[in-house]
Design a protein around this ligand. Structure first.
Ligand SMILES: Cc1ncc(COP(=O)(O)O)c(C=O)c1O
Length: 424
């Protein structure tokens, strides 16, 4: 960062501090990861200088000869990675975030005032699936435009009872049903969800923002056979830059494209799209399958170890990269626990758990994930040490001396593992 340091030392120093933080702390936010140096180089490239409103060979500005080739290549790779036939599926790689991708799908397929049905947020659902608070406050813009309704987990088990989901769908008669969540630790039965949507005449959108990398690697099941639309973010388990993709059955592809541009945005983030392309190529390598398998093995190990230490793991475990600790039985709060862990260099987020009576800003759980730790080369053995750190900090969360001792230990532990993009 020589040039940046010379020209703007203030910002350069802040970036260096963030590099240091990413090295010295344990990143357990399930939606975060470390991109490779190659991805960083693509994202930090001159592609961001180019305006390219429109699509491949249908641009509103001249000078897109290279951008066209890049976007076409990324689309090809995206379809190939998920084993999709170009004749049957379209893909849009332009949305800047998962929330915008989801909004584009609704814009394309349903009308303002139509009903959308998603996973209840306190049970793991996402804001962009029509979230409004139980008191009716419309938190997400999607709930202002559309009429939201939800399906719920069976609170005693922390998992979906698909008969109940079907009953709810028949009662609500939504125009679109959405599966996927931000804090649901189990695999979703895409076949069942697709059947339910069909029965009530709704579109079925599977949002695999979290699991995209696991699905690509074949470690989690794939929704493509059953869904009309599949959306995903690219920065989580897929280990790409910030961005999103919308896969749609061919008959919807044109409407989706129109909804993204000109419906919701102007020029796409070409640098990010190129970074996605690099990540897609990485995800095609056999080493990515090994990585994805390890992500899940690490999460399962962490869940088991914490369970043995007396923690209540929502749904009793995990099928993927994330787990939820329900802290109610420990008389701890999510907020205080997450803060104490941060002081000890362990980064998690507070989260609601099924049946939570706490509010999202002071919920009863914490959410942990293994994608970033696994990208640093950590395996089951390291999960044992990390479970020990977490337990120690949670049990001593009001003891400043113990927390600062743990912070030093965690920092020394974390620094042993190279950070992709920085050290390797
Ligand atoms: C299931 C799901 N969908 C959509 C999103 C939205 O992604 P973004 O933060 O890029 O808007 C997320 C983000 O965590 C998510 O978990």
């Amino acid at each position: 960062m020589k040039q940046l340091t010379k020209q703007d030392s203030k910002l350069a120093n802040l970036i260096k501090k963030e590099q240091q933080r990413q090295r010295e702390q344990l990143q357990l936010i399930p939606s975060e990861n470390y991109v490779s140096k190659a991805v960083l180089q693509a994202v930090g490239s001159v592609l961001m200088n180019k305006y390219s409103e429109g699509y491949v060979q249908k641009r509103y500005y001249q000078g897109n000869v290279n951008i066209d080739k890049i976007e076409a290549l990324v689309k090809k790779r995206a379809l190939k990675l998920f084993g999709l036939d170009e004749e049957k599926w379209g893909v849009n790689v332009q949305p800047p975030t998962g929330s915008v991708a989801n909004l584009a799908v609704y814009t394309a397929l349903i009308k303002p005032g139509d009903k959308m049905m998603g996973m209840f947020l306190y049970d793991g659902g996402h804001l962009s699936h029509g979230w409004q608070l139980p008191d009716g406050k419309k938190v997400s813009f999607t709930s202002q435009i559309y009429k939201p309704c939800y399906y719920y987990v069976d609170i005693s088990k922390g998992v979906f009872d698909y008969e109940q989901v079907e009953k709810q769908a028949k009662k609500e008669k939504p125009q679109i049903i959405i599966s996927g969540g931000t804090a649901y630790p189990r695999e979703i039965n895409y076949k069942k969800m697709g059947q339910i949507a069909k029965k009530v005449g709704a579109y079925y959108m599977a949002d695999i923002a979290h699991e995209a990398g696991l699905v690509a690697a074949g470690v989690n099941s794939s929704p493509f056979k059953y869904a009309d639309i599949v959306t995903m973010t690219t920065r989580k388990t897929l280990r790409g830059p910030i961005g999103a993709m919308i896969f749609s059955r061919k008959k919807y592809a044109e409407a989706i494209d129109r909804a993204v541009f000109p419906g919701l945005q102007g020029g796409p983030l070409n640098h990010s799209i190129a970074g996605i392309g690099v990540a897609l190529k990485e995800a095609m390598q056999s080493s990515f399958k090994v990585y994805a398998r390890q992500v899940v093995a690490n999460a399962k190990t962490l869940a088991k170890l914490l369970q043995k230490m007396g923690y209540n793991i929502s749904s009793g475990g995990t099928d993927k990269h994330l787990l939820l600790i329900d802290l109610r039985s420990k008389n701890m709060t999510g907020k205080q626990s997450a803060l104490a862990l941060e002081q000890a260099n362990i980064i998690v987020n507070k989260n609601t758990v099924p049946g939570d009576t706490g509010k999202p800003w002071n919920p009863s759980g914490i959410r942990l994930g293994t994608p970033a730790l696994t990208s640093r080369g950590m395996k089951e053995k390291q999960m044992e040490e990390i479970a020990g750190f977490i337990n120690h900090v949670l049990e001593h969360q009001t003891d400043k001396k113990e927390i600062s001792r743990a912070a030093k230990q965690v920092k020394a532990f974390a620094k042993q593992f190279p950070v992709p993009g920085l050290d390797s």
